[in-house]
Design a binder for this molecule. Sequence first.
Ligand SMILES: Cc1cc2nc3c(=O)[nH]c(=O)nc-3n(C[C@H](O)[C@H](O)[C@H](O)COP(=O)(O)O)c2cc1C
Length: 172
Amino acid sequence: MPFIELTKERYSCRSLSSRPVEKEKIDAIISAGMNAPTACNYQPARIWVVESEDGLQKVRSVCRQSFVQNTPVIFIIGANEEEAWVRDYDKKNFADVDASIIATQMLLEIADLGLGTTWVGHFDVNEIVRLFPEMEGYSLIALFAVGYPEDGAKPSPSHFRSKTEEEMVSRL
Ligand SMILES: Cc1cc2nc3c(=O)[nH]c(=O)nc-3n(C[C@H](O)[C@H](O)[C@H](O)COP(=O)(O)O)c2cc1C
């Protein structure tokens, strides 16, 4: 699919099956994230791939959205501010920016593979860190429960609400 079509076709899929996801597809999602550009190429991020039953149950206990409850794999992406580039003019730390580029490439790869997910930012970060102490010190910017879309899965109404080009684009 041409890239521009992929960006149009992708949607937040909230109806996902428990069908296993092939290892090659999980590896491709990881590669897409690792191929992302980051400021100064510092790569100040970590991707956690949760596949064990114990790990999945822990994430699901914190992130109670229905579409997180039965997927076979969950990715969590975290940014590490201590490893990131800081712009000297205004001291802006680019860790979240870099991690978001990584997550976005993963999101699009997931769609390109015919899989579904939703970027989840709404979860109890303190509780996740309590269950996974190695996430301490990271800014957790995305959680992707990934699986095959159920038959009949479709975008939510919010998918179709877009600003106009006039509202969003300034040509100077
Ligand atoms: C940073 C970010 C955080 C989000 N957090 C959540 C979330 O916690 N729960 C949820 O159901 N959707 C979440 N979404 C999905 C958005 O609601 C969705 O992308 C938006 O409504 C547009 O719909 P679409 O992805 O189908 O085009 C998030 C999206 C982004 C980019």
